[in-house]
Design a protein around this ligand. Structure first.
Ligand SMILES: *[C@@H]1O[C@H](CO)[C@@H](O)[C@H](O)[C@H]1NC(C)=O
Ligand SMILES: *[C@@H]1O[C@H](CO)[C@@H](O)[C@H](O)[C@H]1NC(C)=O
Ligand SMILES: *[C@@H]1O[C@H](CO)[C@@H](O)[C@H](O)[C@H]1NC(C)=O
Ligand SMILES: *[C@@H]1O[C@H](CO)[C@@H](O)[C@H](O)[C@H]1NC(C)=O
Length: 277
């Protein structure tokens, strides 16, 4: 009798932290490999921000990012700087040029574009674009859209070993005889990297991890650095939700924000607000 009540009490004490934890742990936070998936991202629908729904997928501990231009591996999510780093296997780098229009480029769905955009210090280097490309239209005799971004650009990129021994006549094809073999641009200048639409054979993308200064293109970080952001009022809503032990999510039907408080959902936070049921 005594033993059983002690054991019940003991079990209750053991369970208590679990119950407590359930109510207060972030029910939406999860992991994929060694990457933490937290607001505004999520792997489950209803968690995170609706602008990031159906975006990330964890496949065998590899986090994949899926947008209209294709799938990318997520190498890193930096919550402090609100950026993520993506890898496209058909991205040219300093060792290899991938031609034949096989790369994804970078195109986001219009409804998602307010939330995701390549960072201002990410350079896209478009390779082998046709003279008819929209990239070169409206700028006769000049290549105005092509410019260095954060000290990175094609002039330096041509120094990579990937370019040696290729048929590209970099020096020969001056401005008069045709477009450059490589044109570097910030994402902002073109709004979408669609290789088909731009008439390009391939692309590379690199970003600088300021304030780190690197000397040459063999030291650049190749990949696509994407800034993510959510609305300011949504951000404060989520802070309040999380401060009261909730997980920030959204209503799957209306896509309106809700705060998940364990056994119930609140329209505001876990200390107040109406149940959204
Ligand atoms: C995560 O794992 C990958 C290899 O799977 C490794 O390259 C990377 O450095 C790791 N990142 C962290 C932050 O531990
Ligand atoms: C709370 O909302 C989430 C996301 O919409 C939903 O999956 C979950 O079932 C809801 N929970 C309750 C208790 O209604
Ligand atoms: C890229 O452009 C082509 C040709 O204009 C178009 O058919 C295709 O849908 C575009 N791709 C994306 C992801 O927008
Ligand atoms: C880019 O930088 C390189 C090296 O600093 C320079 O030679 C080149 O003229 C620059 N190109 C443009 C388009 O500004």
């Amino acid at each position: 009798m005594l033993i059983s009540s002690v054991s019940i009490l003991f079990q209750a004490l053991l369970l208590l932290p679990l119950v407590h934890a359930y109510g207060h742990a972030n029910a939406c936070r999860t992991y994929c490999g060694n990457l933490t998936i937290d607001h505004p991202f999520a792997l489950q629908s209803g968690c995170g921000h609706p602008g990031f729904r159906d975006l990330l997928f964890c496949i065998n501990d590899v986090l994949m990012f899926h947008i209209s231009s294709g799938s990318y591996r997520v190498l890193d999510i930096d919550y402090a700087y609100q950026s993520l780093t993506l890898h496209d296997p058909h991205l040219s780098n300093c060792d290899t040029l991938v031609l034949g229009n096989r790369g994804n480029g970078f195109v986001v769905e219009p409804w998602r574009s307010p939330y995701l955009t390549p960072t201002a210090d990410n350079v896209f280097m478009l390779i082998g674009c046709s003279a008819e490309s929209s990239l070169f239209q409206g700028f006769p005799g000049k290549h105005l859209p092509c410019r260095n971004v954060s000290g990175m650009g094609c002039e330096d990129y041509y120094g990579c070993q990937a370019w040696t021994g290729l048929g590209f006549s970099r020096l020969g094809s001056g401005y008069r005889s045709g477009p450059p073999e490589c044109c570097s641009v910030p994402f902002e200048a073109i709004k979408a990297v669609n290789l088909t639409k731009l008439g390009c054979q391939g692309y590379s993308s690199a970003y600088s991890l300021a304030p780190l200064r690197v000397t040459g293109p063999d030291e650049w970080s190749y990949g696509i650095r994407v800034k993510f952001s959510v609305e300011v009022n949504r951000e404060s809503y989520c802070k309040a939700c999380e401060a009261t032990g909730g997980s920030c999510g959204y209503d799957i039907d209306g896509l309106t924000g809700l705060c998940m408080c364990g056994s119930w959902n609140s329209t505001s936070n876990c200390d107040s607000g109406n149940s959204s049921l």
